[in-house]
Design a protein around this ligand. Structure first.
Ligand SMILES: [Zn+2]
Length: 397
């Protein structure tokens, strides 16, 4: 995304601006050279600038979806119907469905096809005010298709910003475990590190063991990647504490995290990424949000957008589900999709409207009859369209 924004633009008429940390009434923002140059009460705004009148809107930082699997090919609609008719995920896997189907279809898709699908998905997210989307690999299960996924994710960026992550997702059926982990550590990590910002591993029953995950994360960290983990989702493995002790920027899912994991995450400043879409589709129990909150672990929320366990593209709707299903307050949910989500992807310059931050801003009209109060964007379930979106100071919607 080019850091333009020249000449500076004054965005005024923001009845309620959520900055990522605080609420400002009757606010204005100056974006210049790709950054937030000024923010405050409109009455104090600098004059003589080209202006956009928000007309009494709600302003949010450009939203950050910090956990997605948005680069994939193929449809899982048949799996969805089968599950509703009573099939278990294990039965679907045995029939060649589930992740096996997505891996097959993604392997079959060339770079242009994957990039085009991903770009179309990002366009819809951007219209909802999501300016930054983290996208994981993980449907390749071999070096070449994993790298192709990362390249497709990068190609899909602009105007939305893409943050790619190398994900060691699962072990292909019939492969020798130790040899496969060697391949990830020795071949994937060095070949994919130039195309990724973070390493992520799915450590759980049916995927990587704690010891295998530790090797993969350590290799990624040694290659300069930030550390993240799909942690404590189906079973408790201890991966949250281990990843946090490696300095993980986030641990995600956490339905079955224990007290040691919570305490280690709190000490390390690791963000907890909550994924209420997966919780809903898998009919799972919520993570222990009260314990995470009490320990001071920052809470983020993401869509976990993927074709199987969370076909959810709407980040504001995910924030609503986190309130209803996990007990977040509307204010916590707003921080969870802005400032804390930015921390989870290691980009503290995003997700806030403060001087010096990257100039990402989304403006919304409240639903008809509702006040200009950012909490209504969380109260009403999804479907919010931003009427103006700025990425790095440039208007893109
Ligand atoms: Zn995931």
């Amino acid at each position: 995304v080019p850091a333009t924004g020249d000449p500076p633009v004054l965005v005024r008429g923001i009845a309620a601006l959520w900055t990522g940390r605080a609420l400002l009434r009757d606010a204005a923002v100056v974006l210049a050279s790709g950054r937030v140059a000024w923010v405050g009460r409109e009455a104090d705004a600098p004059g003589d600038l080209p202006a956009l009148d928000g007309g009494g809107c709600i302003g949010l930082p450009g939203l950050v979806d910090c956990h997605t699997h948005a680069c994939f090919a193929g449809s899982r609609v048949d799996d969805f119907a089968r599950r509703l008719a009573g099939a278990t995920y294990a039965e679907i896997l045995e029939a060649g469905g589930g992740i096996h189907h997505t891996v097959r279809e993604t392997a079959r898709a060339d770079l242009g096809t994957l990039a085009g699908l991903t770009r179309a998905r990002l366009a819809g997210m951007l219209a909802g005010g999501v300016t930054t989307v983290e996208i994981k690999s993980g449907y390749g299960l071999a070096l070449e298709p994993e790298r192709r996924m990362l390249q497709a994710a990068a190609l899909a960026g602009g105007p939305a910003r893409v943050v790619p992550t190398l994900l060691a997702h699962t072990i292909p059926v019939g492969r020798d475990r130790a040899r496969f982990v060697d391949e990830v550590v020795d071949d994937w990590v060095p070949a994919c590190a130039p195309f990724a910002r973070a390493i992520d591993v799915y450590c759980d029953r049916g995927a990587f063991s704690l010891a295998e995950a530790a090797r993969i994360l350590a290799a990624g960290r040694a290659a300069g990647l930030a550390v993240r983990a799909h942690a404590e989702q189906v079973t408790h493995t201890g991966i949250a504490a281990l990843a946090a002790s490696l300095g993980a920027s986030s641990c995600d899912h956490l339905e079955r995290i224990d007290g040691d994991g919570v305490a280690t995450m709190a000490r390390a400043g690791t963000v907890a990424v909550l994924l209420p879409g997966a919780m809903l589709y898998l009919r799972d129990a919520p993570p222990p949000v009260g314990a995470l909150r009490a320990a001071g672990v920052p809470l983020a929320v993401a869509t976990d957008f993927n074709p199987g366990s969370s076909p959810v593209r709407d980040l504001l709707a995910s924030a609503t589900l986190a309130c209803l299903g996990m007990g977040l307050s509307p204010e916590e949910a707003l921080a969870a999709i802005t400032v804390n989500a930015a921390r989870a992807i290691g980009r503290p310059d995003l997700g806030r409207v403060e001087v010096g931050a990257t100039g990402d801003l989304a403006l919304y009209l409240p639903p008809p009859g509702e006040p200009a109060d950012p909490r209504v964007l969380v109260q009403y379930l999804g479907g919010h369209r931003a009427f103006a979106v700025f990425v790095a100071g440039e208007r893109v919607v």
